[in-house]
Design a protein around this ligand. Structure first.
Ligand code: ZN
Length: 175
């Protein structure tokens, strides 16, 4: 039969491990949210490497920072056809914004001839919405993980002090 003290210690250890697992799961979920946020931002900006940036940012948060710096420091590139990837000429109707999407002569890509070479405004709005949603989820999960880690640290310290108290009371130094 385990003593009462042993039971208390076992419960504390199990609680600590479960809390650590919970924090780890939240951090992993946060990494996924960050990757999805970067992916949707890259899709919104018609970055041809959206998938790569998303996956890299999910595995290494530093990649999201590099992506952010690259995106902010890169001048607006000529728009690419979303179907074939060729750069559209600056004389292209509606260049460089979306308003020309339905301008006569702007319905087809001059390279591949496919319709709607621009990202459809509704599609762009969808990516922008998802980007915002995953950004909020990422920030929320990071805050939650930090708060839980602090609570766990404080609880562990309090448990340690409480566990030590009877022993301290038994030593002559306590008097
Ligand atoms: Zn094209």
């Amino acid at each position: 039969m385990p003593s009462q003290a042993e039971t208390v210690i076992a419960v504390n250890v199990i609680g600590f491990v479960l809390a650590m697992l919970l924090i780890w799961a939240i951090v992993v979920a946060g990494a996924v949210f960050l990757g999805l946020c970067v992916y949707n931002d890259a899709r919104y900006r018609q970055n041809p490497n959206a998938g790569l940036w998303g996956v890299l940012s999910g595995f290494f948060s530093i990649a999201a920072l590099i992506y952010l710096i690259v995106t902010l420091t890169t001048k607006d590139q000529p728009r690419r056809c979303v179907r074939c990837g060729n750069f559209l000429p600056s004389s292209y109707p509606g260049y460089p914004g979306y308003p020309g999407y339905n301008v006569p002569g702007g319905e087809f890509c001059p390279f591949c001839g496919q319709p709607a070479p621009f990202l459809h405004p509704a599609e762009a709005e969808l990516y922008a919405r998802r980007r915002k949603r995953y950004l909020i989820l990422w920030i929320g999960s990071m805050i939650l993980a930090v708060v839980l880690a602090v609570v766990l640290a404080v609880a562990s310290a309090a448990m340690s002090i409480m566990a030590m108290t009877p022993f301290m009371a038994m030593t002559p130094f306590a008097y």
